[in-house]
Ligand binder design. Structure first.
Ligand code: HEC
Ligand code: HEC
Length: 425
């Protein structure tokens, strides 16, 4: 009996050891939060978000300069696929010079709020803004509706997907130029908009938000994941203690710094390397004067008031989670000067960095985090998590090597050039 028990015990120990040898390594929770990038979250506020015909139309529109007043500017003018969907300039510049840096669109379908100040809560609502921005595309929604109505390729593609356009030939009901301008109600276009019937304004807004929904469907395709860092984490999880060589020794040290003393994951956390929220890093202003940009403080007010938010009449889920989120949002003076935490995936080609392009390259960004040199805005709410890190040259090089390991797999090349036509075949 003893012998049998002894043998059984030995067997158990043996099986246990075998299991141990074969088990997969549990990776640390800190790493599991950063990788992999999960599938793109659904957007129930946009019923066309994943519709192949909408992707095709949005893809076409993204590259089509007819969305701008003088037919010279498309979304891709500023969001250039060869520059990680940015423009390489400190401040965006087309019809005029803006006040902020063009951010990337890569992986931004994972965001919760759009723009540096989060003044839009969906990709489709975001897309309506640059078209009418006088410094960007300079259009107004009535002129755009007339243009789509008149140009057969656009009209056919639009109507196939979204149904018949409003009767735009009725010029007494549909002025040539009109849009709401809350800041300038005396503007001729604002007056013309106010003069329209309520139901006609609604149908134009429906048209305008539908274009945004098609653009959003395309932008949702612009995902670059599976970076060397993700392959490193996958290898660790499979029990390969060295991460199968996917990161250099320097990048591994950089990762430790990123998670540890660097405190970077206080904000750059989650699979996009952003908490998807807003912080005031007191980045230096270009002219060294106190900052004037209210950032999130204004952004929160605007998104709550927007008819295109998730709780509004053009949302396809205005009782859902997105609606609750915008209703819950508080406008808070503590958020003055806060900007959205940018994703750190795919940093290459996005320079200059920060919300007004204040830093020419990643070395300068790291120099800022190391020294907080030129930090601005002491009078407002400030992040006290930011302390000068005093990085040694080796530590900076290590952090840089780690950031460079976050370049995802290349996009499918067809997404970076306009399709043959707006219509889905
Ligand atoms: C004049 C250059 C310019 C043009 C044209 C332009 N954008 Fe942008 N885009 C910007 C700038 C600048 C910002 C940031 C502005 C801000 O935060 O206030 C931005 C922000 C965005 C964002 C937010 C990204 C994020 O993660 O928050 C998206 C998405 C976007 N643009 C898509 C588009 C689409 C779609 C079009 C065409 C309808 C377009 N843009 C046209 C310059 C431009
Ligand atoms: C307190 C939150 C916070 C911490 C901590 C933090 N960041 Fe940031 N990071 C931000 C925000 C917010 C911005 C945008 C700031 C702006 O433009 O005003 C940013 C911008 C950046 C950018 C520029 C990206 C772009 O598109 O312009 C890089 C790179 C970056 N951070 C890396 C890091 C690294 C590396 C660390 C750790 C050493 C770190 N950050 C720590 C919040 C943070």
């Amino acid at each position: 009996m003893k012998l049998i028990q002894g043998t059984a015990a030995l067997l158990l120990v043996g099986v246990g050891l075998l299991l141990l040898a074969n088990r997969t390594e549990p990776i640390s929770p800190a790493l599991a939060r950063l990788s992999p990038l999960p599938p793109t979250p659904l957007d129930p506020t946009n019923r066309w978000a994943d519709d192949a015909r909408a992707v095709r139309l949005g893809h076409w529109l993204f590259f089509d300069p007819r969305l701008s007043l003088d037919r010279s500017v498309s979304c891709a003018t500023c969001h250039d696929p060869s520059l990680a969907f940015t423009d390489g300039k400190p401040l965006a510049q087309t019809l005029g010079v803006g006040t902020r840096k063009t951010p990337t669109i890569l992986n931004t379908a994972h965001s919760r709020w759009y723009f540096w100040d989060g003044r839009a809560d969906s990709l489709w609502a975001q897309a309506t803004e640059p078209i009418e921005n006088p410094l960007e595309m300079g259009m107004n929604r009535l002129a755009l509706a007339h243009r789509v109505y008149a140009e057969t390729d656009l009209r056919d593609a639009y109507e196939l997907l979204f149904g018949t356009l409003p009767p735009l030939h009725l010029s007494e009901r549909f002025p040539a130029n009109a849009r709401p301008i809350p800041d300038d109600p005396q503007h001729a276009h604002a007056v013309a908009w106010q003069g329209m019937r309520d139901t006609d304004r609604q149908s134009i807004n429906r048209f305008y938000s539908n274009l945004g929904k098609a653009l959003a469907a395309y932008e949702r395709q612009l995902i670059r994941a599976e970076a060397p860092f993700d392959r490193y984490v996958t290898a660790l999880a499979a029990g390969q203690g060295d991460g199968d060589g996917h990161l250099s020794d320097s990048a591994v040290r950089g990762l430790a710094l990123f998670l540890g003393r660097g405190n970077c994951t206080t904000c750059h956390n989650g699979p996009t390397f952003s908490d998807l929220e807003f912080h005031n890093n007191q980045v230096p202003t270009a002219d060294g004067r106190p900052p004037l940009d209210p950032g999130r403080f204004e952004g929160a007010r605007i998104v709550k008031a927007s008819p295109f938010n998730g709780a509004g009449p053009f949302s396809d889920d205005n009782q859902g989670a997105a609606a609750a989120r915008v209703r819950r949002l508080k406008t808070d003076s503590m958020s003055w000067g806060e900007f959205k935490t940018p994703s750190l995936r795919n940093l290459k080609g996005r320079e200059p960095y920060f919300h007004a392009g204040q830093m020419a390259d990643l070395e300068s960004v790291l120099h800022f985090y190391s020294t907080l040199e030129g930090a601005s805005g002491q009078s407002h709410h400030q992040e006290n998590v930011l302390k000068p890190l005093d990085l040694s040259p080796t530590e900076s090089a290590d952090l840089l090597a780690f950031l460079e390991s976050l370049e995802g797999r290349a996009l499918d090349p067809h997404l970076s050039v306009p399709p043959a036509g707006p219509m889905h075949k």
